[in-house]
Ligand binder design. Structure first.
Ligand code: FE
Ligand code: FE
Ligand code: ZN
Length: 276
């Protein structure tokens, strides 16, 4: 099954996201657990949520991916920053507890001067603390472009976090195609090498979601600028190989391209046409 969907806003409720996804022939989607710049999560409306679940069942959706806000930094040891990250993640996971099959994705964070090693220790202890809430939710670490002092710019860092985490059975990875390319993995010329590297260091079984984005920048740029599908440095041929690769094709794909709903719809149509 080819699972593909856009990033949507939860502002108009859960059912509305399902309807928007259907409108553009998507069969999964991603949304922010709360305002991406931080702040509180919207009130939970069980009726609205049940309506979405019914819609998803009826149309064979893959459960959505819930993205944590950008503003949390679990790599930090500054008390205020850390407390906010822990609180937001705990609250998000408690809510996700009510959403069967939904997965939770977060950026590992930035070390902001304390160094990679200490940052990794901080991320691990944050995971150990928040995962006590519930162990059944797949928690995904996103591969990052390496902008600034971001952790997760290579598979070694991701692997270390997973290895050291206490409850790591349910920890997975979300691979962002724009990010890995900008982090220096040449998925245009040698997709297999990146996949083999991922498998060797992390294990391909941990790969649970793919953020399918083209990139505005060149290989290794470490800037994190997403581009529309086929309009950037990856290009259509490389993207075609990604969505059809035997080791990737059954993993759900999420678009985070600079688009409104209509643009997402055009990309989904294009990608469906490129599936083999
Ligand atoms: Fe992300
Ligand atoms: Fe992403
Ligand atoms: Zn990005």
């Amino acid at each position: 099954m080819f699972y593909i969907g856009p990033h949507l806003s939860v502002a108009k409720g859960y059912l509305n996201m399902g309807k928007e996804a259907l409108k553009i022939d998507a069969n999964t989607f991603q949304f922010f657990s709360r305002n991406p710049r931080g702040g509180r999560a919207r009130k939970f409306d069980p009726e609205d949520f049940n309506a979405l679940e019914n819609l998803m069942k009826e149309h064979n959706f893959h459960p959505p991916l819930v993205h944590a806000p950008y503003t949390i930094n679990p790599a930090s040891e500054v008390e205020k920053t850390r407390n906010f990250a822990l609180l937001a993640m705990k609250e998000d996971l408690e809510r996700l507890n009510l959403m069967e099959g939904f997965m939770y994705n977060f950026h590992p964070g930035s070390h902001v001067g304390i160094g990679v090693e200490r940052a990794i220790e901080n991320i691990v202890s944050a995971l150990d603390e928040v995962m006590v809430v519930n162990l059944n939710i797949p928690i995904l670490l996103e591969t990052m472009a390496g902008k600034g002092t971001e952790i997760g710019r290579n598979f070694e860092e991701i692997a270390q976090i997973i290895e050291k985490a206490k409850f790591n059975e349910t920890i997975g990875v979300c691979l962002d195609t724009c990010h890995v390319f900008e982090a220096g993995y040449d998925i245009v010329n040698d997709l297999d090498e990146m996949i083999n590297e991922f498998d060797r260091l992390i294990g391909i079984d941990r790969l649970k979601a793919i953020h399918l984005n083209d990139s505005k920048n060149e290989l290794g740029a470490a800037k994190d600028r997403h581009e529309k599908i086929g309009k950037g440095s990856l290009g259509l041929e490389a993207i075609k190989r990604i969505i059809n690769h035997p080791k990737l094709k059954d993993i759900p794909f999420y678009l985070e391209t600079p688009n409104e709903l209509k643009g997402y719809g055009e990309e989904i149509k294009l990608l469906r046409g490129m599936r083999e």
